[in-house]
Design a protein around this ligand. Structure first.
Ligand SMILES: Cc1ncc(C[n+]2csc(CCOP(=O)(O)OP(=O)(O)O)c2C)c(N)n1
Ligand SMILES: [Mg+2]
Length: 619
């Protein structure tokens, strides 16, 4: 009979987690790098105690529960989902603070394990501090809110339930198709209750991450579709990177001449100067990618979920005869647009498709078009990188400087505001993991917390966090965690006194930027002078080295100095919120009021009604 080990539920959980490994392509590695946490009465005596007696399972103290989930998510994304963190919180607000992080992880399909504390399972002392009461049932707590944003959710109301819950959690976390946030709610009392666990349960276990092969029949049909295509376009999504399929992709497109457009999550699938690379796809895409998408008779989507930014709200693909081949580990995505579904790992599927479509090549005329688009785009990027605007300078010039100061293997981190669109278009990615954009949830506040996770994953690479003033104000406190851990980020803060992105959108919608600037209230309205913020003092107070610059040259000098600084730095530069990188041959569906007393809104509505007609369904 297997030996048994009497431990508390929390101790069993930590012991289990520190013994989980994954293996892909013959390489075995630990799945959990440790646990982030913030303690309260809901976890300090349970999980907190277990972490205290398992200090070989590193514990990191965050400043905000949402942030710690972002940090774990960014770490995991940087590790191509093969390594992540657990996150422990107290009950009540500590737990619900993790909700936004959970949604961010799940929408981006990134594994993180959340261990929110929960109300007493034995109930007799209810309501405990921070307990939500219900007149309908005693079987509910705020943690039920995690259900829609978790790929697996469970409440451990007896310690022995861990025997079935923890393996399920691991199955989902390590499944390329199902992964996302996994939430195991741990009632405060249950965490501390002891139970005999069979020792093998708590010993080393290796989870194999498969490289699933597609259906052979579907693969043959895909090859036939490729051979018949006159104007094919491949859309590379995040799945290409998670599968480490860049090499297979480069080979496939070198062989066939098929051009590649990248989604936000897929940017970096090819280096920017690859002859088949058309850069960004969709609403924030390049003219080449969007014009070829418009005419394409075959779209090969690899590892993409066709978000509206990629499909330009279903207006991107206008050829009446367009067909889709969707290579994806997730059936949900593989079936989109009624395409030919190849439920498979990106790398093996691209290798097989290359084999099956040998001899096929796009026409010379098509290749020449690709070349021309590429040349014209490089000129446009150079123009935007050297606008000689201001000061205040333009955002595109700042991107140009950060791009030129950073080394090819450095990592750019961003998430929300006007930066993601501009970076998607302009950033010249030179390494598959050089561009880290959280654009599934585009969650303001991810930037610095995420940057921390990225740097923890790749300590030998410089990490550049580009963050708007709005996002910075939402969540900058992880600078303090960086200082505590001796982890260095190069943060570039673009100050435009509010929301350039949503301000611009508001103008397009006819509402003249209403409510999107940091201005004093004057005569009842928010249109007084700008409310200035001393971001340098703010960053320095958290422990960063910080400076403010005005010109492009000073920015370059400051960033060169920042590289040489061992501490986290924040370089603040004012940018002109009204000098925007334009859109190119694309559209995004943001519905406009059907009726309004404002003529600007009525005009926007008229334009909207014309554009929305281009939206397509695919049968
Ligand atoms: C948590 C969260 N709240 C609201 C939004 C909606 N939103 C998108 S961009 C943006 C403004 C961002 O401002 P800033 O970081 O200064 O960037 P800028 O638009 O000025 O480039 C807002 C409010 C969001 N993406 N995330
Ligand atoms: Mg801003």
């Amino acid at each position: 009979m297997a030996s048994r080990c009497r431990v508390s539920a929390a101790q069993a959980t930590i012991q289990f987690l520190k013994n989980q490994y994954v293996e892909r392509d013959g390489i075995e590695r630990l799945f959990f790098a440790g646990c982030f946490g913030i303690f309260g009465h809901g976890n300090v005596a349970g999980v907190g105690q277990a972490l205290r007696q398992n200090q070989d399972f590193p514990y990191y103290l965050s400043r905000n529960e949402q942030a710690m989930v972002h940090t774990a998510t960014a770490f995991s994304k940087m590790n191509n989902r093969l390594c992540t963190f657990a996150c422990t919180s107290s009950i009540g607000p500590g737990a619900t603070n993790m909700l936004t992080g959970a949604a961010t992880a799940t929408i981006n399909r990134i594994p993180v394990l959340l261990l929110p504390g929960d109300i007493f399972a034995r109930r007799n002392v209810a309501p405990v501090l921070q307990q939500l009461e219900s007149a309908q049932t005693q079987d509910i707590s705020v943690n039920d809110c995690f259900k829609p944003v978790s790929r697996y959710w469970d409440r451990i109301s007896r310690p022995e339930q861990l025997l079935t819950a923890l393996p399920e959690a691991m199955r989902v976390l390590t499944s390329p198709a199902e992964t996302g946030a996994v939430t195991l709610c741990l009632p405060q009392d249950v965490q501390t209750e002891a139970q005999e666990f069979p020792s093998p349960f708590l010993e080393k276990r290796v989870w194999r991450v498969p490289r699933q092969r597609g259906d052979a029949h579907a693969m043959r049909r895909a090859a036939d579709m490729v051979r018949a295509a006159k104007q094919p376009l491949l859309i590379a999504g995040g799945g290409v990177l998670y599968s480490e399929a860049s090499g297979a992709l480069a080979k496939f497109v070198a062989q066939t001449g098929i051009p590649v457009a990248e989604t936000q999550a897929g940017k970096g699938s090819l280096p920017f100067d690859h002859p088949q690379s058309l850069g960004a796809m969709g609403v924030t895409g390049t003219p080449g990618a969007n014009l070829l998408a418009r005419d394409a008779d075959l779209i090969i989507g690899v590892g993409t979920r066709y978000a509206d930014f990629t499909s330009a709200s279903k207006t991107a693909f206008q050829n009446p005869a367009v067909n889709f081949i969707n290579i994806n580990v997730a059936e949900l995505d593989a079936g989109k647009h009624l395409g030919l579904a190849i439920v498979a790992d990106a790398r093996v599927a691209l290798e097989e498709l290359a084999q099956a479509s040998k001899g096929y090549r796009v026409s010379d005329g098509y290749q020449q078009r690709i070349c021309r688009f590429r040349e014209e785009w490089e000129k446009e990027v150079n123009r935007l990188f050297h606008l000689h605007h201001g000061p205040p300078v333009s955002q595109s010039e700042v991107i140009g400087v950060v791009n030129s100061v950073s080394e090819p293997r450095d990592v750019l981190v961003c998430a929300a505001g006007s930066l993601p669109g501009d970076l998607h278009k302009l950033w010249r990615t030179r390494d598959p993991k050089g561009y880290h954009m959280e654009y599934g949830y585009s969650c303001m506040g991810y930037e610095i917390a995420g940057g921390l996770g990225v740097k923890m994953a790749v300590p030998d690479r410089e990490v550049y966090v580009m963050v708007g003033d709005g996002s910075y104000l939402m969540m900058a406190q992880e600078i303090h965690t960086c200082i505590q851990e001796g982890i260095k980020l190069n943060i570039v803060l673009l100050d435009n006194h509010g929301f350039s992105s949503i301000g611009g959108l508001s103008e397009t919608c006819g509402s003249d930027g209403f409510g999107t600037e940091y201005r004093y209230r004057k005569d009842g309205k928010l249109d007084g002078d700008i409310v200035k913020i001393d971001f340098v003092a703010n960053a320095m107070s958290l422990g960063a080295a910080a400076s403010r610059v005005r010109t492009v040259d000073d920015l370059r000098q400051a960033l060169i100095a920042a590289r040489a600084t061992p501490r986290t730095t924040v370089t603040v530069i004012e940018v002109d919120r009204n000098v925007r990188v334009p859109g190119y041959e694309s559209w995004w569906d943001v519905p406009i009021a059907e009726v309004s007393e404002m003529e600007t809104v009525r005009a926007a509505r008229r334009a909207y009604e014309t554009s929305v007609k281009r939206e397509r369904n695919f049968f």
